[in-house]
Write a protein that binds this ligand. Structure first.
Ligand code: GDP
Length: 473
């Protein structure tokens, strides 16, 4: 792994920050990292065992003691010692655990500042780990994803990235391109030498294989992001089709008021639920029923917001009532769902009779939706088929949490650039433009991959990546 050059930068400061969430809790952990870590903590921490000292503490050991603020003994403290380079940041690190709650951790931070430490910036510990060659850029990004992942599948995906599987996959692609590039350069630059000509078939095959590998990564990005962050989901449908009932089925309890009077749901409700066993977190928006609001201004505003939500949502559940024929409003909803990640739910299957109504509704809605599902929102048994349909629609059903995956928009952009450059190389080769042209495109692809892995990351890219981190990580 490449060590990020520190250039002419002066000796790094010794930083400290709360590593656990602020607020009440069992314990709070303050992390200190940097060249002056041990002398600074020595000034602040007094071991219970008088014969022990911070200076003499070996890595991977712990000491019990107290911390001192302006000479006053404060909270009981456990100090955990790491010696460079065997720590998260690669520097000397000490983690100090005190009782949870902001008072004790705040006092400890104050004591550390007084002793010479400075507050860490967002993600500064991880940035130092990167600069010291402990992590690649893709792994550093995965750290943030592990922290923010919701749901076990999402966390497993991020963990896979943290283990370096993406870096390994990309380095496989880079190696294949490197071999190709070396061969091409030799053949172009030294025509008089006896370099065997690169066969067209060989070149085409390698390019196709690497385009395929990049496409796999690009295609699974959306589903991975759904598992890690959840998806904004909007429930859409005329009044009384059963949206609130469906919301309650998803949420597992009576969150929305369900009444048989049309137009009761006036606002966009927000509720986050884990969707059955799919690992997908739905951020649910139940919207005001879509109908001609007439003179009711409040309801009209609700409907306007429904359409807006439809455009922004990562998942649309459009609900239709099988108890009555489809109306022009239903078809307007269907039309607006076309081309979106939308699932048509034919509700009140119990009222549909012999199935002709279901068949007719399916036929009418099929042009607008990828999936049409008939169910009964009042029946809890409907949850599983709904979960399966959503997982298929969002592509999470077949996603392997242990496979390499892109985990940031930045990585996705770089992967697309590399893929497009390889595609151009392939096109120029097929178009008979010669190896020179293909070579230029190949070099573009290699640069894009180097940006992806961070080998070519500029200071501003690093600033951007770490700006999303929390302080203390
Ligand atoms: P919304 O206005 O779209 O939110 O509709 P509601 O969820 O308030 O439901 C309207 C009415 O339809 C209520 O009386 C529900 O009990 C009823 N309902 C909802 N789902 C079903 C279903 O699957 N079968 C039957 N028979 N009635 C349902």
């Amino acid at each position: 792994m490449r060590k990020f050059a520190k250039g002419e930068r002066e000796m790094p400061s010794t930083i400290c920050a709360l590593a656990t969430p602020p607020g009440e809790g069992g314990i709070a952990v303050v992390r200190v990292s940097g060249p002056e870590c041990y002398p600074i903590v020595e000034r602040v921490f007094r071991p219970v065992h008088a014969a022990k000292t911070v200076a003499a503490a070996r890595g991977y050991t712990a000491l019990l003691g107290h911390y001192l603020l302006r000479g006053v003994e404060m909270d009981q403290t456990v100090a955990l010692f790491y010696r460079a380079p065997h720590s998260y940041t690669g520097e000397d690190v000490i983690e100090l655990s005190v009782h949870g709650g902001s008072a004790m951790a705040g006092g400890l931070l104050e004591a550390l500042y007084l002793a010479g430490a400075v507050p860490a910036g967002p993600g500064e510990f991880t940035r130092r780990a990167l600069e010291n060659g402990k992590l690649s850029l893709t792994q550093a990004e995965a750290v943030m994803e592990v922290i923010s992942a919701n749901g076990r599948q999402g966390a497993a995906l991020a963990k896979t990235a943290l283990d370096g599987s993406l870096a390994r996959r990309i380095s496989g692609i880079q190696a294949a391109l490197q071999t190709l590039a070396a061969h091409m350069t030799a053949w172009i630059d030294y025509p008089e030498e006896d370099v065997p000509e690169l066969s067209e078939g060989e070149l085409t095959l390698t390019l196709e294989e690497q385009i395929g590998a990049l496409n796999d990564l690009i295609d699974s990005y959306g589903a991975g992001a759904v598992l890690r962050h959840g998806v904004d989901c909007v429930l859409l449908g005329r009044p009384n089709v059963g949206k609130s009932t469906l919301l309650n089925l998803l949420a597992g309890f009576d969150r929305a008021i369900v009444t048989p009077i049309a137009g009761t749901t006036r606002d966009v409700l927000e509720q986050a639920v884990m969707l059955g066993d799919t690992g997908i977190r739905l951020n649910l928006f139940d919207t005001a029923g879509v109908r001609d609001a007439g003179a009711d201004a409040v309801e009209a505003e609700g409907i306007r917001r429904s359409w807006k939500k439809l455009e922004e949502a990562g998942l649309v559940l459009a609900v239709f009532d099988l108890g009555e024929p489809l109306t022009p409003e239903d078809l307007e909803i269907a039309r607006r769902c076309q081309g979106r990640p939308a699932l048509a739910i034919l509700n009140k299957q119990d009222l549909a009779g012999q199935g002709e109504a279901v068949a007719a509704a399916r036929q009418a809605l099929a042009p607008y939706f990828k999936t049409v599902l008939a169910l009964c929102a009042k029946d809890s048994a409907s949850l599983q088929p709904l979960c399966d349909a959503v997982a298929r629609l969002l592509g999470t059903a077949h996603l392997d949490p242990n496979a390499a995956a892109l985990c940031s928009a930045r990585q996705l952009t770089a992967a697309r650039e590399a893929r497009d450059a390889l595609q151009e190389a392939l096109d120029s080769q097929r178009g008979g433009y010669g190896l020179d042209a293909a070579g230029v495109c190949l070099a573009d692809a290699q640069r894009a991959l180097a940006r992806l892995t961070g080998e070519d990351a500029t200071e501003s890219t690093l600033d951007e990546v770490f700006s999303t981190f929390c302080v203390g990580k």
